[in-house]
Design a protein around this ligand. Structure first.
Ligand SMILES: Nc1ncnc2c1ncn2[C@@H]1O[C@H](COP(=O)(O)OP(=O)(O)OP(=O)(O)O)[C@@H](O)[C@H]1O
Ligand SMILES: [Mg+2]
Length: 240
C-alpha cells in the first residue's frame, strides 16, 4: 500500500479511552464511552452512526473545542488533553479547519469577506488570490459577493468549506459537510478534500450519513451509543 493510503504515514490523531458525560446525577448523558482510535496523517476518515450516537461530540474533542471527561487525545504526538488553553487556541486557529453542522457564517459579510475573515483569524495573509482560489475550489467564486442569507443552504455550506480550507490546515474537521448538497456536489466536495490530502498531506475527519461518501474515504468508523461498533479500512481501488 502507498503512503497516501496512510498505512506508512505518521499518526495525526490518537485517542485513548475517551469518555464524555454531559450533566450529572440522574440527568447525566454519556455521549462517548471509551473511544480508542488512530487516524493517520493524509487520510480521510468518516464517522458514521445514528443521530445522537456521539459523532459531533467526538469531533469537538478531536479539535480541542471540548474536553473529555476521561481519556486522552494525542495531536501529532502532543497530548492535547494536557495542553494549555492558549496553545490549544493557537492550534485550532492555525492548524485546524472547522466546518460546523450549522455553518457559522457571518450573515452580514459576503461569501468573499467570510473567507477573508477566516484567513485573518488563522493569522494568514488574506490576499485576494488566496480567498478567490478557495471559493473556486468549491465552485462559489461567481457568487462570492453574496451574503449568506442570499445563498441556498448548499451554497452556504460550500462557503463554509472554503473558509475552513483557505488557510490550508493540517487537520480538517467537517461535521456533515455534504448534508445540504446534492450527490454530484457532495462528490465534488470530497474531491476537493482528496486534492488537499494529495497536495498538502491534510488529514480529514468528517461525519456523514451518505453511503456514497463512505465509499470514497480511507476509513469508516461507526459509532453506536458512544462506542465504536465497526472500524473499516476502505480498499484504495474504490477511491480513485
Ligand atoms: N451539550 C450537551 N449537553 C447535554 N447533552 C449533550 C450535549 N451535547 C450532546 N449531548 C448528547 O450527547 C449525545 C451525542 O450527541 P452528538 O451531538 O454527539 O450526536 P451526533 O451523533 O452528532 O448526532 P447527529 O447525527 O444528530 O448530529 C446525544 O444524546 C446528545 O443529546
Ligand atoms: Mg452531530
Amino acid at each position: 500500500m502507498s503512503i497516501e493510503n496512510g498505512c506508512n504515514s505518521r499518526v495525526m490523531l490518537r485517542t485513548e479511552g475517551i469518555r464524555r458525560v454531559f450533566g450529572s446525577g440522574s440527568g447525566a448523558v454519556t455521549a462517548l464511552d471509551g473511544i480508542d482510535l488512530t487516524i493517520r496523517q493524509g487520510t480521510i476518515t468518516a464517522l458514521v452512526g445514528r443521530s445522537g450516537s456521539g459523532k459531533t461530540t467526538l469531533l469537538n474533542i478531536l479539535c480541542a473545542l471540548d474536553e473529555p471527561t476521561a481519556g486522552r487525545v494525542w495531536w501529532d504526538g502532543r497530548d492535547l488533553t494536557a495542553m494549555p488553553e492558549k496553545q490549544k487556541n493557537a492550534l485550532r486557529r492555525r492548524e485546524i479547519g472547522l466546518v460546523f453542522q450549522s455553518f457559522g457564517l457571518m450573515p452580514l459579510m459576503s461569501a468573499y469577506e467570510n473567507v477573508e475573515f477566516g484567513l485573518r483569524v488563522a493569522g494568514v495573509k488574506a490576499g485576494r488570490e488566496r480567498v478567490e482560489r478557495a471559493l473556486e475550489w468549491v465552485g462559489m467564486k461567481e457568487r462570492m459577493k453574496h451574503r449568506p442569507p442570499e445563498l441556498s443552504g448548499g451554497e452556504q455550506q460550500r462557503v463554509a468549506i472554503a473558509r475552513a480550507i483557505a488557510h490550508e490546515p493540517r487537520l480538517l474537521i467537517a461535521d456533515e459537510p455534504t448534508a445540504e448538497l446534492d450527490s454530484r456536489m457532495g462528490l465534488q466536495i470530497i474531491r476537493v478534500f482528496r486534492d488537499l490530502v494529495k497536495r498538502l498531506g491534510t488529514t480529514v475527519v468528517l461525519t456523514t450519513h451518505d453511503p456514497g461518501i463512505m465509499e470514497l474515504v480511507d476509513q469508516v468508523i461507526a459509532l453506536e451509543d458512544g462506542r465504536i461498533v465497526k472500524h473499516a479500512e476502505m480498499p484504495a481501488a474504490t477511491r480513485s
